[in-house]
Design a protein around this ligand. Structure first.
Ligand SMILES: [Fe+2]
Ligand SMILES: [Fe+2]
Length: 293
């Protein structure tokens, strides 16, 4: 067995073990375990209501993400299918339902999640992805998006947990935010293992294509239009990310930078990542000057 085939099967084995472990150790959160009582609902809603709404929407939109995935990756490796169908989607939907119920308990409208619209660009990608070599480009983009998204989720839930504790809402911290945030690092690990394994197998033209398409398509998690970008800017401000967004951007793109941009020395954060976050903050400021003040 050549070294590269041995390395590939070792990476595949690790992935399979990882997904098995997630399935066993992290079943979807039991809805009966959640306690929605809030000590100071008015204050809590004023501070975190919009954050809950953003996160509930992003979590619920995994149903659309699965549609996008099946379009973009018509013939995925079995382990990818097992991960998104049996582990990831059932967990994320529960996160969305729980966060959405919490905001409804606070008197807010449920999240306006887009569950089924597929953009034209994606359909074109999907058509091209029937060519195996191009499907690997799409797969790499999917893993990169997954890494940035899941790392953002880990950090955002950490900040939210701190804020909720600070307000003395220990029940919410313990039965809502805590259990959700414990499930995110396993998703991040899946994408990271997958990205590292696939990058090593891509040909030079595929890597070039990935760099180009990533640069063109990067967006913060859940920010698909100007309004959602501004909403994301508000979430960043409430969670305290705006003040240290270089650090946040660096953490969510660390492995991406290492893989795609290893030769670009001195760059802490890919420029398109930094630009997207800056834009979100600016759009939020322009929309609600009072919140930015
Ligand atoms: Fe989640
Ligand atoms: Fe996740």
């Amino acid at each position: 067995m050549s070294t590269s085939i041995a390395a590939r099967s070792a990476a595949e084995r690790r992935l399979v073990e990882h997904v098995d472990r997630l399935a066993v150790e992290h079943p979807p959160i039991d809805l009966a375990s959640v306690d929605y009582s809030v000590r100071n609902p008015v204050e809590f809603e004023a501070r975190f209501g919009h954050v809950l709404d953003y996160m509930a929407r992003v979590e619920l939109e995994v149903d659309r993400n699965v549609l996008e995935l099946t379009t973009m990756l018509p013939d995925p490796p079995e382990i990818d299918r097992v991960f998104y169908a049996d582990v990831w989607q059932p967990q994320e939907i529960r996160h969305g339902l729980i966060l959405d119920s919490l905001q409804v308990h606070l008197g807010r409208q449920p999240a306006d999640a887009d569950l089924d619209s597929l953009g034209l660009k994606l359909k074109v990608l999907g058509a091209l992805a029937h060519l195996g070599a191009f499907q690997d480009v799409c797969r790499m983009l999917y893993y990169l998006t997954g890494m940035a998204t899941e790392r953002s989720a880990v950090l955002a839930y950490n900040f939210l947990h701190d804020g909720v504790m600070e307000m003395g809402e220990t029940g919410i911290a313990k039965t809502v935010i805590g259990p959700i945030r414990r499930q995110e690092p396993g998703h991040y690990a899946f994408y990271q293992l997958s990205a590292r394994a696939l990058w090593g197998e891509l040909a030079a033209w595929q890597k070039w294509m990935v760099r180009l398409m990533r640069r063109m398509s990067f967006a913060p998690v859940g920010a698909n239009n100007e309004k959602q970008k501004a909403d994301f800017g508000d979430v960043m401000t409430t969670l305290g990310i705006t003040d240290r967004f270089e650090d946040f951007a660096e953490q969510i793109s660390r492995v991406e930078r290492e893989l795609l941009w290893a030769r670009t020395r001195g760059l802490k954060v890919p420029d398109y990542v930094a630009r997207a976050f800056r834009e979100a903050v600016e759009l939020a400021r322009a929309r609600t000057p009072e919140r930015a003040a």
